[in-house]
Design a protein around this ligand. Sequence first.
Ligand code: NAD
Length: 482
Amino acid sequence: MPQFNHLIHGEWVASTSYSPNVNPSDLTDVIGEYAQGGASEVNAAVAAAAAAFPAWSTSGIQARHDVLDKIGNEILARKEELGALLAREEGKTRAEAIGEAARAGQIFKFFAGECLRLAGETLPSVRPGIGIEITREPIGVVGLITPWNFPIAIPAWKIAPALAFGNCVVLKPADLAPASAWALADIIHRSGLPAGVFNLVMGRGSVIGDALVQHPGVAAISFTGSVGVGRRIAQACVESGKKVQLEMGGKNPQVVLDDADLAQAVELSAQSAFYSTGQRCTASSRLIVTEGIYPRFIEALQARMAQIRVGDALAAGTDMGPVVSQAQLEQDLAYVQIGKAEGATLLRGGTRVACHTGAGKQGYFMSPALLVDTHAAMRINREEVFGPVASVLRVKDYDEALAVANDTPFGLAAGIATTSLKHATHFKRHSQAGMVMVNLPTAGVDYHVPFGGRKGSSYGPREQGRYAQEFYTTVKTAYTLA
Ligand code: NAD
């Protein structure tokens, strides 16, 4: 069985313990054994990053551009192979996974360009004869903690801006799906980046993640994951004065109004709720449907769901891959029961199934679930399930739809299906989400614009696009007497 090690100060470092990375589509398939580190590996990685920081933070922007561009080019050139690895370890379909790998490559190339576009400001002083320069500087060693559901894109959208703006990195990927992050680390390692600028330490969140958060040599933590873990990280960062950025869960609404194009509304709802097995922070798990279209929408959505082929992520024809793990599968199935116990009606799906190919592979396959007769106070409408489970809320009109859409502790993404310019415009302005989609799935965003939410979904500056510089730089104001 191949073993995959930590990357510390430009060297692959063996571990005393390893953990198997199991394919959720085929539980007999072990991708490899991945190092499980401890505090000593975190200490070594932070020391390596701190030692590399003075030179990297003052390196030329051309050098930074070139290395990021090279990383992006290799990812794009190998997107099919990286996508197949991602599908094998995480369970999104091959096509979805290749798309994610390509996105990681595009992100590196975007931030290669950002190296050349970092601008400051010059202003006159209110005091005569004095000039003011406002510049952005790197912040130091950043700890990046990432989840399993986008195992290459999320590391990419944290690593690329961190490096572009002159920081050094310790990445701690999710222990459930470390292979894609390891493959990315290997590409970064061979890119010509000086030793120690980028380090990878794998292992448990409560061990490696916590050690990074507690480490006095780490200046900032960027975290994507669940709300509970994120809040604890924020508390620890505030106590030690670290800069912190959190991207967490969602309970995203998809509003469907009477005047929507029915086929379009059904397609974008099915895509957002069930594709990538519903394991996207931007998935629509609450479908908020007005009375006039409700019966036709429910009927058409069920017909669309019947076409979704569930099975091996790498098999031809699969539309929806497996749930990522036994624990996540149990959680998804439990939420279906919780919804029923609260009075919801399960119209379709919500059970463990076999692979559509009939190949007999044992995986964590679950049929997409549709619950109706739900109301906003139910747990199924308040808590993130993070699986292929959609609940439908029937509402009177647009005003009630907007109120229900905003009635959530989360605020990541929100969508509306309508042909009314008035309602679309009002929804864009009044939705309490960080990202709003009109006649588009809530899941599916560009890589060159800000990504993030409000309320319980996010904390701190936005990720991605030009806005990423807010977290990965610190502002300096310099006064000069002429
Ligand atoms: P998780 O919170 O369990 O883990 C995320 C990361 O934190 C992992 O690397 C984990 O090992 C680490 N971790 C766990 N305990 C830790 C601790 N005590 N200290 C430090 N680090 C620790 O989340 P997950 O199950 O990997 O991912 C699913 C969650 O991620 C969902 O809630 C989903 O909505 C969220 N997510 C959010 C976004 C977004 O951008 N808003 C994107 C993707 C996923």
